[in-house]
Design a protein around this ligand. Structure first.
Ligand SMILES: Cc1cc2nc3c(=O)[nH]c(=O)nc-3n(C[C@H](O)[C@H](O)[C@H](O)COP(=O)(O)O)c2cc1C
Length: 249
């Protein structure tokens, strides 16, 4: 355990593989290191400092929020997953698909020669964020046994990446173990409630040249934030994030 004293606060950083390296460093020095990054000292800051110092790669998670309902069940769970990534020193970027201007795929074939979509809208930025991400979490409520329209429109636009991979035979960061996951919630509890969404998500990630890492699914939550009444599901979401960060998922 390292005790870090900064001008603002004293905090205790849990012993980790990384913090043991700093065990022999004087409190003041650690405080300065932490201070030079951000003024608040946390375990995550130490890890970020360590990663910057050693050049160790920081995991970048892109979260595509596909519900129109802000702070709803799927978003609440996604933030819990992402929190675990941040606590492990990773970085998280969110995109709320409902707030973006995304035209559905026009099947124009424009991407077939370049692997890039010809439509100029907010998807341009999603392509870039997806290319830069190491992990992608697609977050969708079940709508009529499928992904939300926001997720489906965005997913269909990855036809451009399907062209890149399958028509142009261009692989993208294929040796880097990039992974994509589906997080979904539903009101009902039918045994096949997530089947369609999982299949679609798998296929979208395949087009992105991202390996499918699995899914986190919660049935029987309907009202906004109903999932908070199930602390065991929130705990599982946190564990899912930890497993992602540790490369177990
Ligand atoms: C248009 C619409 C369609 C839905 N279709 C289904 C469905 O087919 N099966 C189901 O169990 N829940 C369905 N639901 C309920 C949502 O999946 C559920 O409330 C979910 O937890 C919402 O997630 P959110 O809070 O992140 O938006 C539907 C909700 C809406 C608004």
């Amino acid at each position: 355990m390292i005790m870090v004293k900064t001008s603002r606060q004293t905090s205790f950083i849990k012993t980790t593989r990384i913090s043991t390296e700093y065990n022999n460093v004087a409190d003041r020095e650690v405080a300065e290191m932490v201070h030079s990054i951000e003024s608040v000292s946390t375990g995550a800051n130490i890890i970020i400092y360590h990663q910057r110092r050693t050049g160790e790669k920081t995991m970048k998670l892109l979260v595509l929020l596909g519900s129109p309902r802000k702070g709803g069940n799927s978003e609440t769970l996604a933030r819990k997953v992402a929190e675990a990534i941040e606590q492990s020193g990773g970085t998280v970027e969110y995109r709320r698909l409902n707030d973006l201007s995304l035209r559905p795929c026009q099947a124009c074939g424009g991407c077939e020669k370049t692997g890039n979509c010809v439509i100029k809208d907010d998807m341009t930025e999603i392509y870039q964020a997806a290319d830069e991400a190491d992990r992608i979490l697609l977050v969708s409520p079940v709508y009529f046994y499928a992904l939300s329209a926001q997720c489906k429109s965005c997913g269909d636009r990855f036809q451009a990446r399907w062209s890149r991979k399958y028509l142009l035979k261009e692989r993208f960061r294929q040796d880097e173990g990039r992974k994509g996951y589906l997080l979904s919630t539903s009101a009902t509890k039918g045994p096949k409630i997530f089947e369609c969404s999982v299949l679609t998500a798998r296929y979208i990630f395949d087009a992105m040249d991202v390996q499918y890492g699995g899914e986190f699914l919660v049935k029987g939550v309907d009202q906004r934030k109903a999932v908070l009444e199930f602390p065991e599901e929130m705990a599982k979401a946190e564990q899912f994030g930890k497993d992602m960060a540790a490369g177990r998922a």
